[in-house]
Design a protein around this ligand. Sequence first.
Ligand code: GDP
Length: 314
Amino acid sequence: MNTKRNDIRNIAIIAHVDHGKTTLVDGMLKQSGIFRQNQKVEERIMDSNEIERERGITILAKNTAVTYNGIKINIIDTPGHADFGGEVERVLKMVDGVLLLVDAFEGPMPQTRFVLKKALALDLPAIVVINKIDRPDARVNQVLDEILELFIDLGANDSQIEFPVIYASARDGYAKLDLNDTSNDLKPLFEAIINYVPAPVGDPDAPVQVLITTLDYDEYVGRIAIGRVFRGTIIVGQEYAVCKKDGSIEKVKISNLFEFNGLKREPAESATVGDIIAVTGIEDIEIGETIADAEKPEPVPYVNIDEPTLSMIF
Ligand code: GDP
């Protein structure tokens, strides 16, 4: 029987480079730290920054989780460019809603159009966040009109077009529902996510399906497969089957399971419907493959990664 995970929301952020995604996620991490476990989160952000600085790459993790009022919000980064058509689609399959983050001066950019189009086509609800409203050259109302036009142009359905709008300054750490309000925190953004993005639904007793959508690598544990539990409950130490892309089945034992907390992965004994997890120990697993029940292995359908997409962007 299907159950609803009211304690989880899974969202993806769609944003053009420099519109403030990293700053916003950092702000959300800091605030969920203030609401929950202040010091630890601060340390985590710094740890991560240091590591990322060493590697010379963006500080935004592909997966981040923040907790607000006891609800875990998994935040998934989307590939900024559309060179990986299939990847965008799979990443969007992990979530139940998206944040479209747009600079209050620059407005929506063509590069995010493709990802938004995919999200709308997948029937995902979108929350629009107009960021950098503190900019002296901000042109908030015009930008909002441009976003509305974009939604219409991309064929958004009636409910998608009635998107909630959050006006934010990620840099200054505040968000509000109305430009004339005063706000000194990101609470309105958290509330919009909780209220507008549906909680994951699925059958925790069905045969397991975990769609792998991202790969990571760690020098100690090797390949890390990240994905969402679509149905069933996956348990450490048990045997499962990997439905490979070539149609073959490979038996595997899950030795380590992790959930996301802040920017860190934390060990878990089991995970169920709606959870976003990382699994180690399956060396040859690929993006688009499914970890499934050992007796009844069934893959989650996925789109072909070679799908031509560039011509569809502009
Ligand atoms: P990302 O590429 O989308 O991750 O963007 P960043 O978070 O790295 O932000 C890009 C630049 O915009 C940085 O210099 C930020 O300090 C700045 N920025 C981010 N949010 C705001 C904001 O709300 N107001 C202003 N004025 N600048 C911001």
